[in-house]
Structure formats: structure tokens, C-alpha cells
Ligand binder design. Structure first.
Ligand code: UDP
Length: 295
């Protein structure tokens, strides 16, 4: 039996201030909240998700997230893994450039703005579990599967869908699978394909101007909810990690194939891509440590 006194000692009374004083304190607290910096210190951020190359943290406002680019490089469904110093910094800058330009031409993306060397502020979206690959030239798995010589110009740009599932090794799927299993509706697939073609045309032209051939690339899409309305936007990243980029003159690989094929010189290649696009200025090498001049 619990005696009354014992219960009384367990009870922690809250301090009750007289009404006017309590209101004053509440107002002061509210004023201090407004003055607080909006960026939460790194160690107090809530981690939402950690992937192979990026981490997502809770953002400063509802409906936002912080996307952090790591230096980790993985390939062959994460069987090959390395940490390449400076890769995250380069991908953050290159992806910022791509997404900002896409936003500017009216292709909706999750990107809001870059925050620092490794992080960007993004809108929280409901990721559609598909990797959308657009191909202009035969390479990689397409060459292997269909026996088409790498470097062959395709008769037209080809869109493929892969189901995002590491345990299954991201299998290729058809529109039938996507709609039957409810990963996206027919209307959403139409929207995704229209966006993918716009991204392909824009990126192809952008890279062409920099003497680089856009061989293929992968994008991910998400549902962005604005009240009752929903629209499909481009999410994740667009960087040399997710594109195949060949130098037009030399055919040199300037993308993650340098890591996949143990060619070396990945940072040099990514830096050259950023330099040619005017993202980093001549002589600048965005390193992972120390302050840097932000363009
Ligand atoms: N890709 C990607 N992530 C993946 C798979 C592919 O970013 O998990 C990109 C890859 O970099 C290339 C394109 O999608 O630009 C087509 O890749 P492919 O199907 O040829 O597969 P891979 O040869 O890269 O295994």
C-alpha cells in the first residue's frame, strides 16, 4: 500500500508564478526564441536518414531538411567502398549548380540553397522508390546487357526505371511493375518522364558547352506536398557520382567510373568538371578542411 506521504514526496510540484509575472516570463521566452539562430548546432541535429554518400538531418523549419554530402564512394551495391577526401565538397557545389539552374528554368526541384561546404537546405519530399536513368550513349549496364559497344550513339534518348532496393540490387522494372505495385501512378510516371527529358536536354547542352558529353545519368524524384496540392520534383543529387561524363576530345572519363574501374584521379576529374562549368575559379581546389572563399 502506498501511503499518502510517500506519494506526496514523489510528486514534483511545478513552480507556480503569479499570473502577470508568468505572462512576462512567457513573453521573454518567446522573444528569446525569435532571437535564437535558426541553424541548430551539428551535434544537436536530428539525423533523419543516412545513405551511402549523404546524410539527411532535420531542417531549421518544418518541411525542410539538411542534405550533407559525405566523402564516401561506393559501387557494385556497396561491395566496393572508399573514402575520397574532398568528394563531398565537390558534389555539394556541383549539385547546387545543377539544381539552382534547373529551378531557374522552371524544372521543379527539392533544392532551396547551399548552406556551407558540405550541406544544402532542401524541401522534404516523399521519395518515389525509383532510380530514373536517362541514356544518350551506350555504356555501363546497357552495353553489358544488350551487347551494344560502349560509346555507340543511341537512336534516341532512352529512359529506364530501377526499383530502389539495396537488398535486391536495384532491379530494372517496367511501368507495369511500377503501377501494379503502387510505387507511382500512370500520371506520375508521365510527369517523371517529362521532367527527365527536360533535365536531359538542359544538362546535355550545359555539358556540351564545357566540352563534356553527357553519356547517361540517374535522377530521383519526390512528391512535394503544398497543402492539398502535390507535384513531382527532382530530388537527391546531380553530380559526377550520378552521371557519366566523357571529355568530348579525349573521351576521358570524368565521373564515378574512375572509382568503379580503379582509374584513379577522381578528385582531379570532378574538380575539372566544376572548373569547366565555372563553379570553382581557376586554381581553387575545394578541400574538406579550412575556410574557403565562396563564389
Ligand atoms: N547510377 C547511379 N546510381 C546507381 C546506379 C546507376 O547514379 O545506383 C548512374 C550511373 O552513374 C550512370 C547511370 O546511372 O550514370 C546508368 O548506370 P548503369 O545502369 O549503366 O549502371 P552502372 O554501370 O553504373 O552499374
Amino acid at each position: 500500500m502506498v501511503c499518502v506521504n510517500e506519494r506526496a514526496t514523489k510528486f514534483q510540484p511545478t513552480l507556480r508564478l503569479p499570473q502577470p509575472e508568468a505572462r512576462l516570463w512567457k513573453e521573454r521566452r518567446l522573444a528569446m526564441d525569435i532571437l535564437k539562430p535558426r541553424v541548430v548546432p551539428m551535434n544537436r541535429r536530428r539525423r533523419i536518414y543516412e545513405g551511402k554518400a549523404k546524410v539527411l538531418y532535420e531542417g531549421p523549419e518544418p518541411g525542410t531538411l539538411i542534405q550533407h554530402f559525405k566523402d564516401d564512394a561506393t559501387a557494385f551495391n556497396a561491395q566496393k567502398h572508399e573514402v575520397i577526401d574532398g568528394k563531398g565538397v565537390l558534389n555539394n557545389r556541383i549539385s547546387e549548380f545543377m539544381f539552382q539552374n534547373l529551378n531557374d528554368i522552371g524544372v521543379p526541384t527539392h533544392f532551396i540553397r547551399r548552406l556551407n561546404m558540405r550541406e544544402q537546405l532542401i524541401r522534404e519530399v516523399e521519395i518515389i522508390p525509383l532510380e530514373v536513368v536517362v541514356r544518350n550513349i551506350a555504356a555501363g549496364s546497357l552495353s553489358k546487357k544488350l551487347g551494344i559497344e560502349e560509346g555507340t550513339q543511341l537512336p534516341r534518348s532512352i529512359i529506364e526505371f530501377y526499383y530502389k532496393n539495396d537488398a535486391l540490387g536495384d532491379p530494372m522494372v517496367s511501368e507495369e511493375h511500377i503501377t501494379a505495385f503502387g510505387w507511382a501512378t500512370p500520371q506520375e510516371i508521365d510527369d517523371i518522364m517529362a521532367l527527365a527529358i527536360r533535365v536531359n536536354d538542359f544538362l546535355s547542352g550545359l555539358f556540351l558547352g564545357a566540352g563534356i558529353r553527357l553519356v547517361d545519368f540517374k535522377i530521383e524524384c519526390g512528391r512535394l506536398w503544398e497543402g492539398e496540392m502535390m507535384r513531382i520534383v527532382i530530388a537527391d543529387e546531380i553530380s559526377p557520382d550520378s552521371c557519366r561524363l566523357w571529355d568530348i576530345k579525349t573521351k576521358d572519363k570524368m565521373d564515378k567510373d574512375r572509382f568503379r574501374m580503379d582509374l584513379g584521379g577522381l578528385i582531379e576529374a570532378y574538380t575539372e568538371v566544376a572548373r569547366r562549368l565555372g563553379i570553382i575559379v581557376e586554381g581553387e581546389r575545394p578541400a574538406s578542411n579550412g575556410p574557403r572563399l565562396v563564389q
